[in-house]
Ligand binder design. Structure first.
Ligand code: HPA
Length: 270
């Protein structure tokens, strides 16, 4: 694993010789933040040694390097999902690469289904904690001691200071935000009514098919994480209401400017 990571990192350094300090992973329909970046280098995933290749609709599959709000950043345009058939450790591989390039803060967005009765489609939820027991843990297997400990603490998966900063930024920008617990599932099916209900009873406010494995790997390496879910659909809803991928993408795109504004200001405040 360390050899593969070294090769990926060496290749990137041969094409871009600055060290990014912030990593950004954008969810389905939420890729426009990169338009705000001053892009200095762009590397398609397929050029990167040992990188998985993204297949899901709506993802352009490349790493972008450059500046956002005056900071050196690296952004993934397109992430890897477990439901595409990648292993849990493949899903999280780019996060390890980011850390080895110099990243100490990771910002994540995702589209998620809401279970909290106070949520509406298009709302933003700052993730304060996660439930990842329904997915495969990306740290299963031999531990890479050079990256982090065998049994990492997960008492603060999402950094409290970053949450505080983001909440005051949102207030300043007059963008309402919720705070809640995100449950990670494998997908690709949306949940049944009984499953949404179960996740709600277990203490989750939103559910989605990404993020938790990336966060586990980031915390393993001591990277601070901040994440926002865009609520794209409601799990607890009237009988006749169904959920489609199209509606998820549309709701994500409509809410995206709010998310982009918060991320930009948060990067500035780091
Ligand atoms: N469930 C799981 N993943 C999702 C959902 C959902 O309702 N909406 C967007 N991603």
């Amino acid at each position: 694993m360390m050899n593969r990571l070294d090769e990926t990192v060496q290749y990137i350094r041969s094409r871009y010789d600055h060290a990014p300090v912030v990593g950004i992973v954008l969810g389905s329909g939420l890729g426009n933040l990169v338009a705000e970046m001053k892009v200095e280098a762009e590397i398609p995933y397929k050029d990167l040694p040992h990188f998985p290749v993204s297949t899901v609709e709506g993802h352009r599959g490349r790493l972008l390097f450059g500046e956002l709000s005056g900071k050196k950043v690296v952004a993934m345009a397109g992430r890897f999902h477990f439901y595409e058939g990648y292993s849990a450790s493949d899903v999280a591989y780019p996060i390890r690469v980011m850390k080895l390039l110099g990243v100490s803060t990771l910002l994540i967005s995702n589209a998620a289904g809401g279970m909290n009765g106070d949520f509406k489609v298009g709302d933003l939820m700052i993730i304060r904690d996660q439930i990842s027991l329904f997915t495969v843990n990306p740290l299963i297997g031999k531990n890479e001691d050079a990256l982090g400990p065998r049994f990492p603490d997960m008492s603060e998966p999402y950094n409290k200071d970053l949450i505080k900063k983001a909440r005051s930024i949102a207030k300043e920008l007059k963008i309402p935000v919720h705070k809640g617990v995100y449950a990670g599932v494998t997908g690709p099916t949306f949940e049944t009514r009984a499953e949404y209900k179960m996740l709600q009873v277990l203490g989750a406010d939103a559910v989605g098919m990404s993020t938790v494995q990336e966060v586990i790997v980031a915390r393993h390496m001591g990277v601070n994480v901040f994440a926002i879910s865009v609520i794209t659909d409601l799990g607890i809803r009237e009988e006749e209401n169904i959920i489609t991928h199209q509606e998820v993408l549309e709701a994500a795109a409509a809410a995206e400017p709010k998310l982009t504004a918060i991320f930009k200001e948060l990067v500035k405040a780091l």
